[in-house]
Design a protein around this ligand. Structure first.
Ligand code: SAM
Ligand code: DTB
Ligand code: SF4
Length: 333
C-alpha cells in the first residue's frame, strides 16, 4: 500500500517507506496550499481505507473525577475547581451492560476510561473482568487508565485488551506548560510498555491548549516516528471546562484543525485518525472536511467521559448528509 502512495506522490514530500519523518518535510506538507494538502491527504486516505467508512467507538467513564494529575484541560483533575463530582470504580456488571447498549447503537469498540494517575493493584481484578466481559460481547476493547507498568500492560493484554489509549497530548516542548505532575518521557514509557505487551496503541493529542503550529507538527512527528505508529490517533479539540486552567483558551481555527488532521493522515497512512472530543462545537461542514482530509473514526453517543458529544440522532443525520457508513469490525486492519 505504501508503495502505491509513494508512486502517486511527489517524491520530495513523502518520506521513504520505513524512514523517520523529518520536521522540514512535515512543515512543508502542513503549509501546502489548502487544496493541495487536502488532495494529497485524501489520496493517501483512499489508497489505504474505504473513504466513506467511519469507525465508531463508544466511551464510558468507569471511574470519574478526583484525579491526582494536574492536566490543565481536564474536568477530572482534583487540582482544579471544576465542580465535577468524583465517583468510585463502577461495578463490572454495569460496565458490561453499558457496553451491550453501545453495541446495539452501532459502536464496534468500547473504550473505558478511569481518572487515575495509574491503576492500583487492588483495582486490577475488576478492570480485567471488565475487559473479559466486554470482549465476550464481540466488541473491540480499549482502556485508558493512566500510566502502566510492563506487568500491568501484560495483564491487560492477557485478559484480551485490544487497545490502550494514552495520549502524548502536545509537543514535548510545550508539555510542561499544561501538566506538571508527570513528564512527556513518562507518557512515552507507558506507550512502550503497551506495545511491548503486544497491545495496539491509541495515542493522539489535543489542539487548543495555546500551542503553536510547530507544537502540533512536533506532536504528530512524535507519534508517526514511534517504532510502530499508533493504530489509532485521536485528535481532540479542547472542550473548555469552566474552573480548569484552560477555561478561557482561545478557540482553534477550523482550517488549522483540518490541516492537522490532513498531516496526521499523511504521516500515518494506515492509522485510524479519530475526530475525537469537541465535535459539538464543530459545524457539519468542518467535520465533512475532516473526513475528507483523512479522519475515519469518531466517538458516538451523547457523552464522552464527562463532556457532551453530538449523540446518535445528530450523527445519523450527518452520516446521511455525507453518505458515510459505519466501518465494520475487522475492516482495514
Ligand atoms: N486519565 C487517563 C489519561 O490521562 O491518560 C485517561 C483519561 S483522559 C480524560 C484521556 C484524554 O482525554 C486526555 O489525554 C486528553 O487528550 C483528552 N481530554 C481530556 N479532557 C479534555 C478536554 N476538556 N477537551 C478535549 N480533550 C480532552
Ligand atoms: C481521547 O483522545 N479522547 C477521549 C478518549 N481519548 C479517552 C476522551 C475525551 C474526553 C473529553 C472530555 C471529557 O469527556 O471529560
Ligand atoms: Fe487525570 Fe487523565 Fe484528566 Fe489528566 S487527563 S487529570 S490524568 S483523568
Amino acid at each position: 500500500m505504501l508503495t502505491e502512495i509513494n508512486e502517486t506522490a511527489d517524491s520530495d514530500t513523502f518520506c521513504a517507506t520505513g524512514a523517520a519523518w523529518m520536521v522540514e518535510e512535515a512543515e512543508k506538507i502542513y503549509n501546502l496550499p489548502f487544496n493541495d494538502l487536502l488532495f494529497r491527504a485524501h489520496s493517501v486516505h483512499r489508497a489505504n481505507f474505504d473513504p466513506n467508512a467511519v469507525q465508531m467507538s463508544r466511551l464510558l467513564s468507569i471511574k470519574t473525577g478526583g484525579c491526582a494529575e494536574d492536566c490543565g484541560y481536564c474536568s477530572q483533575s482534583a487540582h482544579a475547581p471544576t465542580g465535577l463530582k468524583a465517583s468510585k470504580l463502577m461495578e463490572v456488571e454495569r460496565v458490561i451492560e453499558e457496553a451491550r447498549k453501545a453495541k446495539a447503537g452501532g459502536a464496534t469498540r468500547y473504550c473505558m476510561g478511569a481518572a487515575w494517575r495509574s491503576p492500583k493493584d487492588r483495582d486490577m481484578e475488576a478492570v480485567l473482568a471488565m475487559v473479559r466481559g466486554v470482549r465476550s460481547l464481540g466488541m473491540e476493547t480499549c482502556m485508558t487508565l493512566g500510566m502502566l507498568t510492563l506487568a500491568q500492560s501484560a495483564a491487560l493484554a492477557e485478559a484480551g485488551l485490544d487497545y490502550y489509549n494514552h495520549n502524548v497530548d502536545t509537543s514535548e516542548r510545550f508539555y510542561g506548560e499544561i501538566i506538571t505532575t508527570r513528564t512527556f518521557a513518562d507518557r512515552l514509557e507507558t506507550l512502550a510498555n503497551v506495545r511491548d505487551a503486544g497491545m495496539k496503541v491509541c495515542a493522539g493529542g489535543i489542539l487548543g491548549l495555546g500551542e503553536t503550529t510547530e507544537d502540533r507538527i512536533a506532536m504528530l512527528l512524535t507519534l508517526a516516528n514511534l517504532p510502530v505508529p499508533p493504530e489509532s490517533v485521536p485528535i481532540n479539540m479542547l472542550i473548555p471546562i469552566p474552573g480548569s486552567k484552560l477555561a478561557d483558551a482561545p478557540a482553534v481555527d477550523p482550517i488549522d484543525f483540518i490541516r492537522t488532521i490532513a498531516l496526521a493522515r499523511i504521516l500515518m497512512p494506515r492509522s485510524h485518525v479519530r475526530l475525537s472530543a469537541g465535535r459539538t462545537d464543530m459545524s457539519d461542514e468542518m467535520q465533512a472536511l475532516c473526513f475528507f482530509a483523512g479522519a475515519n473514526s469518531i466517538f458516538v453517543g451523547e457523552t464522552l467521559l464527562t463532556a457532551d458529544n453530538p449523540g446518535e440522532d445528530k450523527d445519523a443525520a450527518l452520516f446521511g448528509r455525507l453518505g458515510l457508513k459505519p466501518m465494520q469490525l475487522g475492516a482495514a486492519e
